[in-house]
Design a protein around this ligand. Sequence first.
Ligand code: SAH
Length: 194
Amino acid sequence: MFRIIFVVTFSLFAVVRIYYRSQTIGRESEKEESLRDPQTIFLSIVILSYFAAMFSYILLPDWIFWAHLDLHVVIRWSGVVLAALGIGLLVWIHHTLGRQYAAKLEIQKEHALIEAGPYKKVRHPMYTVFILFSLAVALIAANLLILIFAILIAIPFHWISRKEERMLIDQFGEEYQSYMKRSGRFLPPFRRKD
Ligand code: SAH
């Protein structure tokens, strides 16, 4: 049964991503950061391996059964809740970021700085959701290999967000710097920063 839930949640997440990704097709940006750095290459390799592990879980479960974790059913269900939460948050985030969204690090023509909704207290809510969602599906699958890849995915997002922030400071200067003081990178700041 968890395999079916896994396929459903993963497909829903993919549909949301593909929909918003398709909105960016054919658009020309004003500035673009190169993504041929070691961080992005590392992220791509981890994501590809993660997908390979997931497809093996769905299509060839015997291949990956050695990494099965004996997780309590409550933990697996909490993965389902987290994944559903992640999908809801992803829609909200994409909706708020609107045309500023890009699969690469880019500045669009007439790029607006977004500081509302999910961006009010968190600068990279989309990356937070990616990390949350990959951990959630690892819990649903109860698989060590998928869990390890989910943890590995979190590392390059740390580097990429720093690079993204440098680009946004370049573009918005003081305005972004003061936004940074009011917000946290992946989670809301624990203490008020002002
Ligand atoms: N890192 C963000 C956005 C990911 S999409 C998140 O995790 O939610 C990547 C694009 O979003 C980049 O090309 C960048 O130009 C844009 N971006 C990131 N933060 C932004 C903000 N606060 N306002 C407007 N655009 C932003």
